[in-house]
Design a protein around this ligand. Structure first.
Ligand code: NAP
Length: 209
């Protein structure tokens, strides 16, 4: 498969690139700084310099791709709209004439605490994560109301480490386990899920063992 990776230069995105290529796929790394941050020499890796607020950039990069993986980031104070607006742009291009499958990263706050409450709505949810969670929530709502085959992976604290394969998963609720997860394990889940399609149209909780 040919898989486009948004947020490819980031902590999680670079792990996704490794997993995509490691599974024998071709990766298209999308971002503003791909030529500065990633190797131009790597086999099965194509670089596309582009910004998420340009549907033209996204459309050109997505040509010929079979699926989308996203680890879009940016400032967490709510001033950066890459997670929300960027996701809307990606969805818009996908719905017009693109691949149907997308797996994207959000955050823990977007999971359910109980049937009526999201985690970010709980009184003890940290103030400093409210703005970024609002960005993640808007991305989730855009995916939910799309016609795409989406999966929204909602991790707790992410550690800058490779895959261990030691993690638990849960549908729409936080998973049992440590409230920390390696970036490589997020990538491991995402690339495996592209084939398994076990978590279509739902959020996924993940926790280290
Ligand atoms: N860190 C944690 O503990 C934690 C916990 C839960 C959830 N998360 C979420 O996990 C996601 C990934 O986190 P991370 O730490 O891997 O992010 P990161 O290292 O900050 O990387 C962010 C990526 O997004 C890309 N990006 C941002 N704005 C863009 C734009 N306008 N156009 C194109 N690309 C853009 C950047 O590309 P360029 O700048 O190269 O263009 C970069 O590749 C984030 O949504 C974060 O909120 C993080």
């Amino acid at each position: 498969m040919k898989i486009i990776v948004f947020g490819a230069t980031g902590m999680v995105g670079q792990q996704i690139i490794n997993e995509v290529i490691g599974h024998g796929h071709t990766a298209v790394a999308f971002g503003r700084n791909v030529f500065e941050e990633l190797s131009t020499e790597r086999k099965y890796l194509e670089l596309f310099k582009g910004g998420l607020f340009s549907e033209g950039d996204i459309k050109s990069a997505m040509k010929g791709c079979d699926a989308v993986l996203s680890a879009i980031g940016g400032a967490i104070d709510g001033t950066d709209k890459a997670r929300s607006l960027g996701m809307r742009k990606i969805i818009s291009v996908m719905e017009k004439k693109g691949p149907k499958r997308i797996i994207a990263i959000g955050g823990l706050g977007v999971l359910n605490a109980d049937e009526e409450t999201y985690i970010y709505e709980k009184p003890d949810f940290p103030e400093k994560f409210k703005a970024v969670t609002s960005e993640h929530f808007q991305a989730f709502e855009a995916l939910r109301s799309s016609s795409l085959d989406w999966t929204f992976l909602c991790p707790p604290d992410i550690l800058d480490g490779g895959p261990t394969g030691e993690y638990n998963l849960s549908r729409n609720y936080p998973a049992e386990g440590k409230m920390k997860i390696n970036a490589g394990d997020l990538a491991d889940f995402m690339v495996n899920e592209l084939k398994a399609n076990e978590y279509l149209k739902c959020r996924v909780g993940i926790a280290g063992r």
